[in-house]
Design a protein around this ligand. Structure first.
Ligand code: ADE
Ligand code: ZN
Length: 334
């Protein structure tokens, strides 16, 4: 099973680049940039990663991002993630970044996007790993701040395929960002949003109706509403599910309680993703393995999860066909 899962060609659609900051790199960047951090070793950082819910994670996660200051830092962060992609046979990835986490600390938008983008260009040239970039609005901040962030992104529009919505779901429903998403759509950005992670199924309905999303990030609370599950299956609206994140943040107490395979069997376009792998205990292969070990799942179903991610990705029809072919040949040889 481990060998099959490791070699399976994969596509990742839900990865916050700031959430791939491993404690070792956090220490290296803190030293390089002379930023004080409240830990004395990488092991101490890891020991602090005990979360009770989404907010308990976000508080630590935003603090960790303080060590990221220069274009080289964002390059190194992204390249480290790409090396994990290569090890896990991730063939295409779509990466979130949170501009406001950086611009609010005085780091220029250009510094962030240029560092990330340079590493992704190198990944395509040297490793044939393709990618897209999605910028997220922090939903605990207001609509005015989101509009200002959208404005800042315009000179870099050629590098950004879409906009997303992340941070604290509770108390910050999709409707708060309906106008900024409509404006982003009119400018030509695709849209996605975190919904139904800790929040109710209604947030998923509202993200689809009010934000016109092409994918729902997480979306696991859809099971509260059987009519919604039926409509997700019928429309093939993708859900970018993050199994290790969900158990770390207590969305599900145990992986055996997770609903991803049940949703897959109901025809929903579910995908497996790592969310914030440095904080939640693993990258793509680890997420696939956690599901495969806790739930009964066949190789064909594991391959279907990869095919779903290809279907849900923001890539050309040709690249989708090429990647689907890789997955199908891999399954046949297994
Ligand atoms: N930002 C980073 N990871 C997140 C998650 N799982 N939910 C909401 N916002 C996030
Ligand atoms: Zn996320």
């Amino acid at each position: 099973m481990q060998a099959f899962v490791t070699g399976l060609p994969k596509v990742e659609l839900h990865l916050h680049i700031e959430g791939s900051l491993e404690p070792e790199l956090m220490f290296e960047l803190a030293k390089r940039n002379q930023v004080a951090i409240p830990f004395s070793s990488p092991d101490e950082v890891r020991a602090a990663y005990q979360f009770t819910n989404l907010q308990s994670f976000l508080d630590i996660y935003y603090q960790g991002a303080n060590v990221l200051l220069t274009e080289r830092d964002f390059f190194d962060l992204t390249w480290a993630y790409i090396e994990r992609c290569a090890a896990d046979n991730v063939r295409h990835c779509e990466i979130f970044f949170d501009p406001q986490t950086h611009t609010d600390r005085g780091v220029d938008f250009a510094t962030v996007i240029n560092g990330i983008s340079a590493a992704l260009t190198k990944a395509e040239h040297e490793l044939a790993i393709t990618s897209q970039i999605i910028m997220c609005f922090l939903r605990h901040l207001d609509e005015t701040a989101a509009f200002a962030t959208l404005e800042m992104a315009l000179p870099f529009k050629d590098k950004i395929i879409g906009v997303g919505l992340d941070s604290s779901e509770q108390g910050n429903p999709p409707e708060k960002f309906a106008r900024v998403f409509a404006h982003a759509k009119a400018l030509g950005f695709l849209t996605v949003a975190h919904a139904g992670e800790e929040g109710p199924a209604q947030n998923i309905v509202d993200a689809i109706d009010m934000l016109q999303v092409s994918r729902v990030d997480h979306g696991v609370s859809c099971v509260q509403d059987p009519a919604l599950v039926a409509s997700l299956a019928a429309s093939r609206m993708p859900l970018t599910v993050c199994p290790l994140s969900n158990t770390k943040l207590k969305v599900f107490e145990h992986m055996a309680d997770h609903n991803i395979i049940e949703l897959l069997r109901q025809g929903v376009c579910v995908t497996i993703n790592s969310d914030d792998p440095a904080y939640f205990g693993g990258y793509m292969t680890a997420n696939f393995m956690a599901v495969a070990q806790a739930l009964t799942v066949s190789n064909t179903e594991l391959a279907q999860l990869s095919l779903n991610a290809i279907e849900a990705s923001f890539i050309s029809r040709e690249r989708k066909l090429e990647l689907s072919q890789e997955v199908l040949s891999y399954l046949q040889q297994a």
